[in-house]
Design a protein around this ligand. Structure first.
Ligand SMILES: *[C@@H]1O[C@H](CO)[C@@H](O)[C@H](O)[C@H]1NC(C)=O
Ligand SMILES: *[C@@H]1O[C@H](CO)[C@@H](O)[C@H](O)[C@H]1NC(C)=O
Ligand SMILES: *[C@@H]1O[C@H](CO)[C@@H](O)[C@H](O)[C@H]1NC(C)=O
Ligand SMILES: *[C@@H]1O[C@H](CO)[C@@H](O)[C@H](O)[C@H]1NC(C)=O
Length: 496
């Protein structure tokens, strides 16, 4: 296999290696970050190492689509080998990913050792333990946090409770109601903590990863200081997060995929939206990993009907095996209440995957029922669309809490719904209907607030905006000092 590093011009002297997480939302953000860096500095080239997740064929296709749709000069991709037998790997998605990252370490090492002009690593925060490899090459590494600063603070805080203060946090969370976290203004209810911190098995693996968050030269964050000033300031306070200190933090967001602004290839959806009044439609979507069982689908359907509002509902089929990934339905009619599609034909539409940013940008869309993945939150803020929170997994409960209680730009359908809970009750149609009505209430104060944040998010990435300046600083730091250019005779192709 040949990695085309293509030093077309002698100017390209430094190669940054990205170790992306093999989840679409993460990978898309990494690619976007890489593109921005390449635009900023023409001496740079980027090699993105991509992992295939054997248990996620549809995700693999999506990842492949991102890659093949991405022809950018000086941006290169390399597929790491797929592990052959994963039968004895964990069936938990998070732990599986962890094993995958460990499995890839020697392969990453092999590739990095063949790169001339290697000047640093950018690691998705899910692949952070690869810093071990980066350190062997004595080049700086940066972690890219594709979630919020407040959540990042929580991870560091819990790890510090354990490592610096010798607390058994698993036990602590069993017996307390809330936790004071430096990155949050208000005490955080234990019920919204991610299972990564409350589940014993997951925690044992995650804690080790969180220790790595202190090791890089910097942490790049997809957020902006006007949105998360409290959390970002908390990182500047001495010892707020324990003894070992923190790296430099670079809030450079929102980093969004602007080419998702296009509804061209979704003419049915765009034609339908064009016919709806301004701010009248609720987008209902739970992200690329979100899906529900049949009885919950039925509750959502009646909830939407009860709300009386117009809707665009992205409905996806749950994974067919434990630890698997959602996919598209062949026929949604079979899972919806009888007659639902007919009754709602004039006010609603049930669809598969949509380019979310484009839908949120459409003037007809006035609210978003969301799982509160960080990407979705940034997109909604960018478009000035308020959210009704329905978190499913990962750190989404915490994000939902932040949106409703700290930022005041969302209403709650639920704050602590968690698909991993053993006895998770259904969210009933009444709650969903009420949430949607609150969300679409034109007089609600949060609509104004989210518009303000929208303007701030756009200002942040414009010239001289907070994120823009921070990004310039970051690229300059990466490209100055530490790259090790091994002379003019660099190879044009590294053979592997
Ligand atoms: C951005 O969105 C476009 C349109 O959906 C898609 O084709 C492309 O792969 C996306 N790029 C990234 C980096 O996610
Ligand atoms: C899985 O099995 C392989 C051998 O087939 C072994 O090398 C590896 O350590 C096992 N992994 C786990 C997580 O048990
Ligand atoms: C739209 O579809 C055409 C043909 O199927 C394809 O060539 C093009 O890349 C697509 N554009 C986007 C933005 O997805
Ligand atoms: C940004 O700041 C620089 C230096 O202060 C100034 O010269 C430039 O005009 C500013 N650009 C904009 C768009 O405000």
């Amino acid at each position: 296999m040949i990695i085309q590093l293509c030093y077309k011009s002698r100017m390209e002297k430094s190669v940054l290696v990205f170790i992306a997480a093999p989840v679409m939302g993460h990978l898309a953000q990494s690619v976007q970050l890489a593109k921005l860096m390449l635009e900023k500095n023409n001496q740079l080239s980027v090699l993105v190492l991509v992992m295939k997740v054997p248990i996620d064929p549809e995700g693999t296709i999506k990842v492949q689509n991102i890659i093949s749709g991405c022809s950018v000069e000086r941006l290169h991709f390399h597929h790491l080998p797929t592990p052959e037998n994963t039968d004895n790997w964990s069936s938990n998605r998070g732990l599986f990913m962890n094993q995958l990252v460990e499995f890839q370490k020697p392969h990453v090492r092999g590739i990095a050792s063949k790169i001339e002009g290697l000047s640093g690593f950018i690691l998705d925060f899910g692949t952070a333990t690869s810093i071990d490899v980066a350190e062997e090459f004595q080049v700086p590494s940066y972690i890219f946090c594709t979630s919020g600063a407040a959540y990042f603070g929580l991870m560091l805080h819990v790890q510090s409770l354990q490592d610096d203060h010798n607390q058994d946090t698993i036990e602590l969370f069993k017996t307390s109601e809330e936790l004071i976290v430096p990155s949050f203004v208000q005490p955080v209810p234990i019920s919204v903590l991610p299972t990564a911190t409350t589940d014993k098995l997951q925690w044992s693996v995650r804690m080790r990863r969180y220790q790595y968050y202190r090791k890089p030269k910097g942490v790049i964050m997809n957020t902006f200081s006007e949105l998360e000033d409290h959390a970002l300031n908390s990182f500047l306070k001495d010892s707020a997060y324990g003894k070992s200190g923190l790296p430099q933090i670079y809030p450079v967001g929102p980093i969004l995929n602007r080419s998702e602004m296009n509804l061209k290839n979704h003419s049915q959806i765009s034609e339908w939206l064009d016919k709806q009044p301004q701010n009248s439609v609720v987008l209902v979507s739970f992200g690329s990993l979100g899906s529900f069982d049949l009885d919950q689908v039925k509750e959502i359907a009646s909830g939407l009907e009860q709300s009386g509002h117009r809707f665009l509902w992205v409905l996806r089929r749950p994974p067919t095996e434990k630890g698997g990934f959602p996919a598209e339905y062949e026929n949604v009619e079979l899972v919806l209440p009888k007659g639902f599609l007919d009754r709602t034909a004039s006010i609603g539409k049930v669809v598969g995957w949509v380019p979310q940013l484009a839908v949120l940008s459409h003037p007809a869309v006035g609210g978003f029922v969301s799982h509160c993945g960080w990407n979705s939150i940034l997109e909604s803020i960018w478009c000035g669309v308020p959210i009704a929170t329905w978190p499913l997994a990962a750190e989404q409960q915490l994000n939902a809490f932040q949106l409703v209680k700290e930022l005041g730009i969302a209403v709650e359908i639920s704050l602590d719904y968690n698909e991993a809970k053993e006895h998770q009750e259904l969210v009933r149609a009444e709650e969903i209907g009420k949430g949607v009505r609150d969300l679409m209430d034109g007089k609600n104060e949060m609509r104004k607030r989210v518009k303000e944040f929208s303007e701030k998010s756009r200002a942040a990435v414009q010239e001289n905006g907070s994120s823009h300046l921070c990004f310039e600083n970051l690229v300059q730091t990466i490209c100055s000092g530490s790259h090790k250019w091994r002379g003019e005779g660099a190879v044009s192709n590294a053979k592997i």
